[in-house]
Design a protein around this ligand. Structure first.
Ligand code: MSP
Length: 517
């Protein structure tokens, strides 16, 4: 990739949102985390030094209210739920390098240091806040951003109920940043994606920004404002800071600080305003570089309904992983919906893709080739021979594949990357049918061996590039292909496996599921 945000340097820092602890994790959270995980794993595979951050957002009125409703202290409540979120991340294969909790001492210290920096720069002043506040969104809305539904005032964008709030508050001079943000967007066209986000955010900033209330006095579950204990910091200032806490802020002399600025913040589309407007403004005001890119995924719905903890209809990712297998679930989530768009989760569609694309197209191809090698070549990898035109018809697209996948994943076009991969999977299937290695055993055993070797090369490439999407299953596939643990990076593809490498008897990679009505 030529874009600077994609990490031409070897370091690559990417993040998921930190999740609110006001309910159990659901498939919507898993969706963003899995997408980020694929990117993290891909960058590692491509030889980058990756720092992948995830965690939990534990302060604010919304979390305090959920704790009160559960009848426990906020600390107890968040300790329990943070463990659930961390456990879920581990079980769905999120390969994070750090899991941050905003209630940790390191984070409070970072928030207070950032606050002081902003205050010292004259960017924060004390005033009064008066306006519409939605606890569910932890966001303030203008008069033009709310409407009445069923006799209740709600935020138009999210439907969350709003309350009129008046209290003393510190303000951040966001209004001073309108022009500088617009200039920043213009100079960095890759900063926001997809295009819908870019348009929406730019229009919002163009309309002119107002100073932002960044402290609250109506509750105490938050990071105290330095020098004024009556206030806790606005939860979004607190939450966004997590991205630099994890790199050791305010100690910018540490080696891990070199990971700043972040290459990509992966977020849901409803929180782009915070990441594309407030966050770069806070950072620039504090003399720090803004992140290189914010990528917003769309909303996952179940039968047309947005899932959310507040609405309580989220599907449990662990139950789904049990039902379909974790890797088919990960595959489905990134294959079904063009990343960035909204999409619906449907059981029937998961099963359809599992049975046809995974079990039939990929699983059977691997099984056919490996069974033939076991049966006809005594389980040893045939020698490499100079490729014929027929071999080239397969090996050309195979060799081009890693570059194409890299290009798509580096733009967060995960579905496109999988489409590219399946072009080669399908080519492998039609190629084996055309070459008929099973019929060559008696007539031309040398050609049979060459055909199987070409197919082995194709399978090795496929399994290698698919590791980020389906780490467990592709690990098993590489085992079956005789590729050692130390030879599974993209760069290893240029070093062919030794002739005669012993291959174990293959076992099916995917389990088909009966389609029920
Ligand atoms: N705590 C804030 C984020 C702070 S980041 C500095 C927050 N948390 S959240 O738990 O409400 O949601 C976080 C993210 O979870 C969303 O931005 C999105 O990435 C993901 N999703 C939650 N529900 C989702 C769907 N139904 N569909 C797709 N993504 C979903 O906002």
């Amino acid at each position: 990739m030529s874009e600077a945000w994609a990490g031409d340097g070897k370091r690559f820092f990417l993040t998921t949102p930190i999740y609110y602890l006001n309910g159990q994790p659901h498939i919507g959270h898993a969706y963003t985390s899995i997408a980020a995980d694929v990117l993290a794993r891909w960058k590692r595979l491509a030889g980058h030094e990756v720092f992948f951050l995830t965690g939990t957002d534990e302060h604010g009125q919304k979390v305090a209210q959920a704790a009160a409703a559960a009848g426990v202290s906020p600390q107890q409540f968040t300790d329990d739920l943070a463990a659930d979120f961390r456990g879920m991340a581990e079980k769905i294969g999120i390969s994070f390098d750090d899991f941050i909790r905003t209630t940790e001492a390191r984070h409070k210290a970072a928030c207070q240091a950032l606050w002081k920096k902003l205050a010292d720069a004259g960017q924060i002043y004390l005033g009064h806040y008066e306006g519409w506040y939605a606890v569910r969104d932890e966001a303030f809305y203008g008069e033009d951003e709310i409407e009445e539904r069923d006799g209740k005032k709600v935020a138009i964008a999210s439907g969350a109920p709003v309350e009129w709030t008046r209290e003393p508050s510190y303000f951040f001079r966001l209004s001073e940043w309108t022009d500088r943000l617009l200039a920043f967007y213009e100079a960095n066209p890759d900063f926001m994606a997809p295009i819908s986000t870019q348009r929406e955010v730019t229009a919002f900033v163009r309309a002119g920004l107002q100073d932002l209330s960044v402290s609250r006095t109506s509750f105490t579950w938050g990071v105290p404002v330095p020098g004024d204990d009556a206030h806790v910091m606005y939860v979004w200032l607190d939450a966004l800071t997590n991205y630099i806490t994890a790199l050791g802020y305010p100690d910018t002399s540490l080696a891990k600080w070199d990971f700043w600025p972040a290459n990509v913040h992966m977020v849901g589309k409803e929180i782009t305003r915070f990441h594309c407007v407030y966050w770069p403004a806070f950072l620039m005001a504090a003399g720090l570089e803004p992140p290189k890119r914010v990528y917003a995924n769309g909303w996952l719905t179940i039968e047309g309904q947005k899932m959310s903890k507040s609405l309580g209809n989220g599907l449990d990712p662990l139950l789904l992983a049990e039902e379909f297998g974790l890797d088919p679930l990960r595959y489905y989530l990134l294959r079904e919906v063009p990343f960035g768009n909204d999409g619906d989760f449907s059981r029937r569609a998961v099963i359809g893709r599992l049975n046809s694309e995974l079990a039939n197209d990929l699983g059977n191809l691997a099984n056919r080739v490996l069974s033939l090698i076991v049966k006809n070549c005594e389980g040893r990898l045939p020698a490499l021979t100079p490729p014929t035109d027929a071999d080239r018809a397969l090996l050309g697209p195979v060799e081009a594949l890693p570059g194409q996948v890299d290009e798509a994943i580096s733009r967060q076009a995960f579905g496109e990357a999988l489409e590219r991969i399946w072009v080669v999977v399908r080519l492998g299937n039609s190629w084996i049918d055309g070459q008929k290695p099973w019929a060559l055993r008696k007539t031309d055993p040398e050609r049979m061996a060459a055909v199987l070797r070409s197919l082995h090369t194709a399978l090795r490439t496929l399994a290698t590039v698919l590791q980020p999407f389906m780490p467990g299953t592709m690990g098993a596939m590489l085992d079956q292909l005789g590729v050692g643990q130390g030879a599974r990076a993209l760069s290893d593809l240029s070093a062919p496996l030794a002739e005669g490498t012993e291959l174990p008897a293959p076992v099916p990679l995917f389990r088909k599921i009966e389609e029920t009505a």
